[in-house]
Design a protein around this ligand. Sequence first.
Ligand code: SAM
Length: 233
Amino acid sequence: MNSGVLGDARILWRLLRGKPAGGSHAENLQAFYGPQADGYDAFRARLLHGRHAMLAALEVMPGNVVVELGCGTGSSLDILDEQVDGLGRLILVDLCPALLDKARVRAAGRSNVMVIEGDAARWRPPAIADRVILSYALTMMPDWPRVVANAREMLRPGGRIGVVDFHLPEAANPVEKLFWRNWFAHDGVDLSSARLAELRRQFPLHFATEERGPVPYLPGLRVPYFSFLGIRS
Ligand SMILES: C[S@@+](CC[C@H](N)C(=O)[O-])C[C@H]1O[C@@H](n2cnc3c(N)ncnc32)[C@H](O)[C@@H]1O
């Protein structure tokens, strides 16, 4: 069990060391997240804000085919909880084997949940999707415009996309922008306002909010993030 202060210390050490940049994108993700996999959920529950509200707004329906791109450890399974049993299929996709191992443990015994190793920019589901989820994943995907286009393509007309991620508000002052951009770049998170703008463009029918939430161990610091709900036209 890797919980509590010791688990947090391991995660913080990895975050301080930053995401390696030497190998392929998949290799770098594995090198970064492999040592964090045990403590990932406990730490990220306090850092990745807005996931519960985004998944509630997505309104998954019985029988739906739901795809999560960049699923990590599959923590959305816990958030969706009993709704998962009624789904047609929940497909969890990620490029990092260490985090997918955790997702497989979560999905064990659920015959309608598939866990897939694949690249969100290219992977396509076997059936058209009713819902697509991207939770704190777009900012870690180098080819994110292609991921947004791919997500749109896999959705049926009227289907919904729910996205929550770190963000740089247009209104932030230049010093704050510089601070957050550098802070996140160290861990492979590319911060800008471009993702929210592209989502708005690709999904003209949408609802979006820009918010802030606390950062573990850093009282007073409020990290900006956005929530986005789009409907495929
Ligand atoms: C910050 S984690 C978020 C995980 C999870 N969605 C959550 O909310 O806890 C970002 C995830 O995106 C995955 N990822 C990054 N690039 C990817 C890509 N091109 N295709 C699939 N997954 C990718 C990483 O492996 C990682 O699991």
